[in-house]
Design a protein around this ligand. Structure first.
Ligand code: DLL
Length: 434
């Protein structure tokens, strides 16, 4: 089985930890010097960069949250002047203050290396034709995977998202051997192939790298069976880098973390204390080499556990278990990350409704749909259909502008959502409806 960077990916743990410590000390010094946000945080906690003498000292450092990045919109978290930045990405949706990340030339070089490693771990080589069906744009998925596949020397097809029939035609004609997409898009492609009368066996696909959203084991087996490929799970977070943080090897026994670039911890989401190896908790990531927007202890909100035992594939890098849950209520639909608080905020600005709502996520013919049940204001109980239709349209449009998706809207009687709380605000039926 090929290993892209044998020196790093098979390094003795003691040597790797020494490298991590040196890089941690360097990044802590840099953020203290160059990012006022971190200097303030360090001062509040009464710590100085010199206090980091071992990897355990990481626990003394402050956390960084998505909200910190939002508050620093657009460039406050940048550690270098804009003239050093060669690429900018941003989080999805048109929320007032999305997360903005900038990459220096070195960051892009490292990113391509990280992605080349996970592609190689899945068995992709320069002989492959890599079909990238992630959005190319502000989202990190398309460009992130693209440069890694080029670095590997594969033939890259930057097909992006949409127009599925054409994508399938391209896969047939260009003889794509590796598919890169979200797992739900891969399943949708299978449906469209059925409609087109294209048999997956007539394609040349042999492997798929999936990521950007959770992939359950049942989803994985369906993709593997339908497409006749090996499907690996690949994890990334745009605020930290994008895809390339971790990915499975062909053995599929956990996602190998690029630990020379990312220092990971698993913490108890309530107390925020680091948990012992193997326990499930919230993943926290510190970037070790990033120059543009370094992150100290970024709280991903993703639930996982870490295994530092060497893998049977020969890699010594730690592995994280697949992410299947979160410590907050964010959900992902059609590749868009949605926080219910954003929905509430947009409903507040619309008249004649209560900001009381419930989200139902469903899967029909392989495609995901979001239904938004919204409570009418008491004075709106009217039989003027026209007014209700207009109101539905307003909600749809506003939702689309802010979140980037068009929901199905159902206006419901006043007080009918009284029993909706955090536990049933989002009802996800997708897994059952595959
Ligand atoms: O989704 C980056 C990415 C692109 C990763 C392409 C992999 C492939 P964000 O839009 O910032 O970045 O979303 C990050 O998506 O915190 C997880 O909740 C979720 N996520 C990403 N990959 C996985 C995965 C990209 N393999 C958020 N399994 C993360 C489960 C995932 N969840």
């Amino acid at each position: 089985m090929p290993i892209w960077n044998r020196k790093i990916e098979r390094m003795e743990r003691s040597e790797l930890e020494q490298l991590q410590l040196e890089r941690l000390q360097a990044v802590v010094n840099r953020v203290y010097r160059d990012v006022p946000f971190y200097r303030r945080k360090f001062e509040q906690l009464n710590i100085a960069p010199e206090d980091v003498q071992s990897l355990e000292d990481l626990a003394k450092l402050p956390f960084t949250t998505k909200e910190d990045l939002r508050d620093g919109y657009p460039y406050e978290m940048f550690a270098v002047p804009l003239r050093e930045i060669v690429r900018i990405h941003s989080s999805s949706g048109a929320a007032a203050r999305p997360i903005v990340v900038g990459y220096t030339r070195n960051d892009l070089r490292h990113w391509a290396e990280q992605v080349a490693r996970i592609l190689s771990a899945a068995g992709v080589t320069k002989d492959d034709v890599v079909h990238i069906a992630f959005d190319y744009g502000l989202f990190t998925g398309g460009f992130g995977m693209h440069y890694g596949a080029e670095r590997l020397g594969a033939s890259v097809i930057p097909v992006s998202v949409g127009n599925t029939e054409r994508q399938i035609q391209i896969m047939q004609d260009f003889r794509s051997t590796a598919l890169v997409s979200t797992p739900s898009y891969a399943l949708y492609m299978c449906k469209v192939m059925d409609e087109m009368g294209v048999s997956p066996a007539s394609l040349y696909l042999r492997v798929g790298l999936f990521g950007g959203e959770p992939m359950s084991e049942s989803m994985r087996s369906r993709i593997e069976d339908r497409l006749g490929i090996l499907a690996t799970d690949n994890y990334g977070v745009s605020a930290v880098m994008g895809p390339g943080i971790a990915g499975e090897c062909e053995l599929k026994e956990g996602l190998h973390i690029n630990e020379d670039h990312f220092l990971v911890e698993v913490v108890d989401p309530k107390t925020l204390t680091p948990l012992p190896e193997g326990e499930q908790g919230e993943l926290v990531i510190t970037t070790l080499t990033k120059e543009g927007v370094p992150m100290i202890r970024y709280r991903t909100r993703d639930i996982t556990s870490i295994d530092r035992r060497p893998c049977r594939c020969g890699r010594t890098t730690a592995r994280m278990s697949p992410v299947r849950g979160r410590t907050d209520d964010m959900f992902i639909i059609r590749g868009v990350n949605v926080a219910p608080s954003e929905i509430e905020a947009l409903l507040y600005q619309i008249e004649n409704i209560e900001p009381k709502y419930q989200v139902v996520l469903e899967r029909e013919n392989g495609l995901d749909y979001l239904t938004l049940n919204v409570e009418l204001a008491p004075h709106m109980v009217t039989d003027q259909m026209q007014r209700l239709v207009e109101l539905e349209e307003t909600i749809k449009q506003r939702f689309h502008r802010v979140i980037g998706l068009t929901p199905r809207v159902k206006l419901v009687e006043p007080k009918s959502l009284e029993n909706v709380d955090r536990s049933n605000r989002v009802i996800d039926l997708r897994e059952k409806q595959q």
